[in-house]
Design a binder for this molecule. Structure first.
Ligand code: E4P
Length: 217
């Protein structure tokens, strides 16, 4: 399973990259705003800065909600850097835009996916990635992980090439459960990745090894 980090924070992206397990980055307009990145030129520059840190795909989201606007924005984003994947919302014009981009060889990430039907449409239109938001489903008492399982089943039935990018991952157990189900990618905060490191027996075992080494030297 690929690991993407879901942030526009350059320091956190660098930290994840240095760990050696990072495969890409996802951003969205809220994450850019959180880092104080505003204005079209600053936003475009920030995407390039992210591409220069990470070896892998970087999702950059369009703001337009009409077909023509999404095409114009998406083409501008795709020209920024070869690692850019254009993030398009799961709406009617978004599906049309995904198909247009697929025909042009521009890779897309279909975002804001909350149902199997939406995931099926994204794959049919030719999205490179589909992003089901598992944490936001959990937030409204709906099983986000179950959606990942169902999409996995549907995509395997028809050998769709669209990669399942489990998004809105909130914690380490989401990462492990997504890996068990067979999501192709997960995107979450640095804390969800670093949580995988932790085990009390590792800590106590290491402390004992170091203590015994000191005794013998
Ligand atoms: C996906 O690409 C989104 O940026 C993201 O995962 C949303 O997560 P949230 O629900 O924690 O905001």
């Amino acid at each position: 399973m690929k690991f993407f980090i879901d942030t526009a924070n350059l320091a956190q992206i660098k930290e994840a990259q240095e760990l050696g397990v990072l495969d890409g980055v996802t951003t969205n307009p809220s994450l850019m705003a959180k880092e104080g990145i505003t204005g079209r030129n600053n936003i475009l520059k920030h995407y390039v800065d992210i591409c220069n840190i990470v070896d892998g795909d970087v999702s950059a989201e369009v703001i337009s909600t009409d077909f023509k606007g999404m095409i114009k924005e998406g083409e501008e984003l795709a020209e920024l850097h070869e690692q850019i994947v254009v993030k398009v919302p799961m709406i009617k014009d978004g599906v049309k835009a995904i198909k247009y981009f697929a025909d042009k060889g521009i890779r897309t990430n279909c975002t804001l996916v909350f149902s199997c039907g939406q995931a099926l449409l994204a794959a049919k239109a030719g999205a490179a990635y589909v992003s089901p938001f598992i944490g936001r489903l959990d937030d409204i008492s709906t099983d986000g992980l179950n959606l990942i399982s169902e999409i996995r089943h549907i995509y395997d039935n028809y050998e769709f090439e669209t990669q399942i990018l489990a998004a809105s991952v909130r914690h380490t157990m989401h990462v492990i459960d997504c890996a068990k189900i067979g999501a192709d990618v997960m995107t979450g905060p640095l804390s969800a990745i670093e949580g995988l490191l932790k085990h009390p027996l590792t800590d106590s075992g290491l402390a004992k090894f170091l203590e015994d080494y000191k005794k013998g030297n």
